[in-house]
Design a protein around this ligand. Structure first.
Ligand SMILES: *Cc1c(COP(=O)(O)O)cnc(C)c1O
Length: 229
């Protein structure tokens, strides 16, 4: 196992190469280091190697780590990438830069209520089930477009884009990433303020290069940085 710093450097090279190949500016792709199940020490090691954005999937684990003395006073940017239940919104509001996994209106409504209470503006993405697998969370694309106006109306929370977890099969994944990109374009046509709908959170250790080729702005990489969970 290479060091975390070496893994990060290798991933950054691969991001640059994928951007070059697809005529994209590397500054338009943000790497989120997925640190779920990993210890504060390992997160600190990645931070010391220049990594700023981190993704966590479980509320209590995230709260424990963010308040760890190794991390709490550092300018890390946390992303909540797990499935978010409405009753957990109040635990993470104001503590994360972006919430990736909102999959129903009631969760966004709770986000809006809590953000208002805290006097902040929360940013979130809607999760889309692009693979059609019944086991996966997320909106069906048609349903998302139908409900979109309700999301645009909520105060104190801003919909910034879409997120998906693709099929393990790389050929299917590429197609699903393309589908998510198209759906974002369709969503923009319905949006009162299309210019803020910019984010496509897609691509993990196995498929982030395909996601970059299809327009990912946020890639979520765990195993390739921190090793197996
Ligand atoms: C765990 C996880 C990842 C990271 O997956 P790797 O294959 O380890 O890179 C990305 N996104 C989500 C939503 C995850 O839960």
């Amino acid at each position: 196992m290479e060091s975390i710093a070496a893994n990060l450097a290798a991933i950054r090279l691969r991001i640059d190469a994928a951007c070059l190949k697809n005529h994209r500016d590397p500054s338009t792709v943000r790497l989120i280091a997925v640190s779920k199940t990993k210890q504060a020490e390992q997160i600190r090691e990645a931070f010391d190697a220049g990594q700023i954005d981190f993704g966590e999937s479980y509320v209590q684990e995230f709260l424990d780590k963010m308040s760890d003395p190794l991390l709490e006073n550092q300018p890390l940017r946390w992303h909540f990438i797990g499935h978010l239940q409405s009753n957990k919104v109040r635990s993470i509001i104001g503590k994360v830069a972006l919430i990736h996994g909102v999959d129903r209106l009631s969760t966004a409504e709770e986000l809006s209520r809590r953000a208002l209470q805290h006097g902040i503006e929360a940013e979130y993405l809607l999760e889309v089930n692009t693979s059609g697998e019944a086991s996966k969370y997320g909106f069906e694309p048609e349903e998302l477009l139908r409900q979109a106006p309700s999301f645009f109306m909520l105060p104190n929370c801003t919909l910034r884009g879409l997120m998906t977890i693709a099929s393990p099969d790389p050929a299917l994944a590429r197609y699903e990433f393309r589908r998510l990109h198209r759906l974002l374009d369709e969503l923009r046509e319905l949006a009162p303020e299309p210019s803020i709908l910019t984010e496509l959170s897609m691509g993990m250790s196995q498929d982030f290069e395909a996601a970059i080729a299809e327009g990912a702005t946020l890639i979520r990489v765990g195993t390739a940085i921190f090793g197996w969970r």
